[in-house]
Design a protein around this ligand. Structure first.
Ligand code: SF4
Ligand code: ZN
Length: 316
């Protein structure tokens, strides 16, 4: 049967890539402290480290995280050394995210023999968040959970969308059943979960993008996730620009971002965040975009819906 939406191969996705960034294999490529509304309803400081390591073995259609990674043929990175360095530069924080532009439990990215040293550096945090592909959730999660105790392990899973056909088009190498299986395993192992959801992936209209983002939030909460992080889909990896030229993709508009965050928070099923990195590009009106983004930032932190921003230039 013909596919409803195009499905690209790894080779086709890779062929469209611009060059990778020049990176330092010894250091995280970024580290920062950011406030976040935590699972207990408090706003706490979170140290977020973007670790340098081997590229993810998957090749999702929309992913540009590989730009700041090492080729898989290079030796595995020294992750404890990077964490030690970043923590020496940052003020104290209560929680930590060890993000690695891929999957923490991919042994090429973070070798299991480094878990003990990593654990020694992060055990003092209340929560340790790592990102991981649903297909790579297994014994290594358990080992790391035990190593970091008493800190709580939280795994950030990429759901992307609960639209089964679009999920196939995203070349994530995962079905919704794989996701459900991973979620039930993590829950049974007392490992908390957050999830990433794309707002308006390719091949969907603005309206469909909103509908499926909201359905995906519901789907994720049903699987026991305690926090959904919405990511407005953007170009940046080569093939997304091609899809944009072909009119198969356009980024969501600011109003959709505002609507989805409000509706997600309204569900009251768990925390809902909107990724506001580089958010100005989604808001066309120069008069109100700063205020709109500041409101969304406040909504992320307070997890309540704030009054809308009036604007003489763009409001009907
Ligand atoms: S699994 Fe995550 S890091 Fe890997 S290609 Fe997909 S989106 Fe990128
Ligand atoms: Zn405006």
């Amino acid at each position: 049967m013909a596919e409803l939406f195009p499905v690209f191969t790894n080779e086709e996705i890779i062929r469209h890539r611009p060059p990778r960034n020049v990176v330092d294999a010894q250091k995280p490529y970024a580290y920062l402290i950011e406030p976040e509304h935590n699972a207990n309803g408090e706003v706490v400081d979170v140290a977020t480290l973007f670790l340098m390591n081997s590229e993810c073995p998957y090749h999702c259609l929309m992913c540009d995280l590989w730009k700041n990674t090492l080729e898989r043929s290079e030796p595995s990175a020294n992750i404890p050394q990077q964490i030690k360095f970043a923590l020496s530069q940052l003020p104290e924080a209560r929680e930590i995210k060890l993000y690695n532009s891929g999957n923490f439990f991919d042994p090429k990215a973070v070798p299991p023999e480094q878990y003990e040293d990593i654990a020694g550096l992060v055990r003092g945090f209340e929560t340790v968040v790592v990102e991981n592909h649903p297909n790579l959730c297994g014994d290594r999660c358990r080992d790391f959970r035990d190593a970091i105790a008493p800190a709580q392990l939280e795994v950030a899973l990429g759901l992307e969308t609960c639209h089964p056909e679009i999920l196939k088009s995203l070349n994530k190498g995962m079905t919704l059943d794989n996701y459900k299986h991973a979620a039930s395993f993590l829950l049974s192992e007392n490992i908390q979960m957050r999830t990433f959801i794309l707002l308006k992936p390719p091949f969907l209209s603005e309206k469909e993008g909103i509908e499926w983002a909201l359905k995906s939030i519901e789907f994720a909460f049903e699987q026991g996730v305690n926090c959904c992080s919405l990511v407005p889909t953007r170009a940046g990896n080569g093939i997304m620009e091609t899809l944009e030229e072909q009119r198969s993709f356009s980024p969501p508009v600011g109003r959709s971002i505002e609507h989805v965050l409000s509706e997600g928070i309204k569900m009251q099923r768990g925390r809902v965040f909107m990724d506001l990195w580089d958010a100005e590009r989604f808001f066309a009106c120069q008069t109100c975009r700063k205020d709109r983004i500041a409101r969304l930032n406040e909504m992320n932190l307070k997890q309540t819906i704030l009054p809308e921003i009036p604007c003489d230039e763009c409001s009907p």
